[in-house]
Design a protein around this ligand. Structure first.
Ligand SMILES: *[C@@H]1O[C@H](CO)[C@@H](O)[C@H](O)[C@H]1NC(C)=O
Ligand SMILES: *[C@@H]1O[C@H](CO)[C@@H](O)[C@H](O)[C@H]1NC(C)=O
Ligand SMILES: *[C@@H]1O[C@H](CO)[C@@H](O)[C@H](O)[C@H]1NC(C)=O
Ligand SMILES: *[C@@H]1O[C@H](CO)[C@@H](O)[C@H](O)[C@H]1NC(C)=O
Length: 500
């Protein structure tokens, strides 16, 4: 049954399933996987049997480790390193990282064609008949996925099981609008964009800009997919289809934010907000780290991390930052694994890895310097720590803009800051009480919910298993053609906030 091209590694663990359900998980990579882990752990705690389906090239998922859940690994041609490089280029597209690598070499085209080769490789492994047969025999109750990695929706269709997806907002809400039918009135719902400056309070000019962003994104996105990813979807599913159509069949969308972060806006009945689901009370620090933190006295500490994908700055940037940190009376714990900056001061401790949640929850923590990834941002909201943002790419500028407009962060441009800018920003968020008050207000909103975000995620996954889907929450708009439900109605395009 298992052919030569497909090697499968099934690690069976001792979890007795009882009456609980069977969950198939198609994870995302990098921080997305760490977020998904929190849901998986909660499902396992509730006695569900969880199987993670992952390719042999996954850069993040350590499928040889013994876990409380099973792995099914399908073989693909690419190595871990190749897949990692393709994915990072795709994520960093438009940043100097990629620009330097493909200097003058049709960068976008190169990156995208590598990504298509990666997807083709993945799809061959994932939709191999033998694997599909094995998965069908297992009779899963639900498929939980992160659409960062493509095709989970097609897999749910092939296995004929309900689908719960877990995601963070996409640019200009293209996936939510076009695939999920979420209305996004451009008069007050700002498009998520690169290097963003739009909030829910826009001037006339900004509304025009916002509408143009929506029009451009929602036109380019389907066009860009038509001859690439949609073709793969059609090929795999064996009938004409698109990524959006398939994704739109998802039963529940678990969105990784909440109203502490979002500007108020319309949503769909099958969109559930679970931002901060990975947050937990802080655990005690290791003896070493606790001693360092205590040595800061009344000044307290600053926690500094630019996330798992960038431990490495240019030495020049690292020197600028280190010399700023040295001017602070606080002690600093900096997650950093590049070359030690010459300007590093004795108040700063460099660590390859930090227990970020435990540090942010420590009573001595005064500020958090962050790139603005959703996970870290939610840990800061959870524990009420004001932020200095150094956004790098993707949704990070937008994430930090939300925190800035809510009065909980100062945002700087890492490529151009001088030491003084960072010192000023840190002094502002630490010494001006309005920053602490703002983040505490968000924190109180976050903690005062009828159900914890993680419990809500688990509830809806179990709901979908109990009821074999959640089609009663799916709006009819999915089945209306563009003539019956024109795009103008989908967005309620309207410039002025005062007209009705
Ligand atoms: C899981 O199973 C154990 C052992 O059978 C049982 O004691 C526990 O109550 C179950 N937990 C849930 C949430 O059902
Ligand atoms: C993987 O490699 C084999 C052998 O070189 C080749 O036949 C196959 O087409 C490759 N698959 C993909 C998806 O590139
Ligand atoms: C850090 O960056 C330098 C130069 O940009 C590069 O040569 C080096 O490989 C990087 N190191 C790591 C660990 O990413
Ligand atoms: C990218 O590189 C160019 C030239 O090398 C430089 O001017 C620019 O500031 C860099 N941008 C970032 C974000 O580092």
């Amino acid at each position: 049954m298992i052919s030569g091209t497909l090697f499968m590694l099934v690690l069976l663990c001792g979890v007795e399933a009882g009456h609980a359900g069977k969950v198939l998980v198609l994870p995302g990579e990098y921080s997305h996987w760490h977020n998904m882990r929190a849901i998986i752990d909660a499902l396992v705690d509730r006695n569900h049997s969880v199987t993670v389906l992952v390719s042999s090239s996954s850069p993040t998922v350590q499928h040889t480790r013994k876990e409380r859940f099973d792995f099914i690994v399908y073989k693909v041609n690419m190595t871990k390193e190749e897949a990692n490089s393709v994915l990072r280029d795709m994520i960093h597209l438009g940043t100097n990282d990629t620009a330097n690598k493909y200097k003058g070499d049709f960068m976008v085209w190169r990156v995208f064609s590598n990504f298509m080769a990666f997807l083709t490789d993945i799809s061959k492994g994932m939709f191999h008949e033998d694997l599909l047969h094995t998965l069908r025999e297992s009779h899963y109750d639900v498929l939980l996925s992160d659409p960062m990695m493509l095709f989970p929706d097609l897999m749910a269709e092939k296995l004929n099981i309900p689908h719960v997806l877990s995601m963070r907002a996409t640019f200009a809400y293209v996936a939510e609008q076009l695939c999920g039918q979420m209305p996004a009135p451009p008069s007050y719902v700002p498009a998520v964009a690169l290097h963003d400056h739009l909030t829910d309070h826009m001037s006339f000019i900004e509304r025009v800009e916002n509408m143009l962003l929506y029009i451009i994104h929602t036109t380019i996105f389907p066009l860009g997919l038509k001859f690439t990813i949609d073709k793969l979807y059609t090929e795999i599913s064996g009938k004409p289809t698109t990524m959006c159509e398939t994704m739109g069949k998802a039963d529940i969308w678990l969105i990784r934010t909440y109203w502490d972060y979002e500007y108020p806006r319309p949503i769909m009945p099958n969109f559930k907000f679970v931002g901060g689901l990975q947050c937990k009370p802080a655990k005690p620090l290791s003896k070493d780290l606790e001693e360092f933190v205590q040595s800061s006295g009344d000044h307290g500490i600053i926690v500094f991390s630019l996330g798992s994908m960038l431990g490495n700055l240019t030495l020049e940037r690292a020197n600028t930052i280190a010399s700023a940190l040295g001017q602070m009376p606080q002690k600093v714990v900096w997650r950093y694994n590049g070359k030690t900056p010459e300007t590093l001061a004795p108040n700063t401790k460099l660590c390859d890895w930090i227990p970020q949640n435990d540090l942010l929850g420590h009573p001595k923590t005064k500020a958090f310097i962050t790139h603005g990834g959703t996970n870290g941002l939610y840990e800061a909201i959870y524990h009420g720590v004001p932020m200095v943002g150094l956004p790098l790419w993707g949704d990070q500028p937008d994430n930090l803009l939300h925190m800035k407009t809510k009065g909980a962060a100062v945002v700087l441009d890492i490529s151009s800051i001088q030491s003084k800018d960072l010192v000023d920003a840190l002094k502002t968020v630490i010494n001006n009480p309005s920053y602490k008050e703002s983040i505490m207000r968000l924190s109180r909103i976050h903690h005062d919910q009828p159900m914890k975000p993680l419990d809500r995620a688990v509830y809806w996954i179990e709901f979908v298993m109990r009821h074999k889907g959640a089609k009663h929450l799916r709006v009819q708009a999915h089945d209306l053609s563009w003539t019956l439900y024109p795009p103008i109605h989908r967005g309620h395009l309207r410039f002025s906030g005062t007209q009705r």
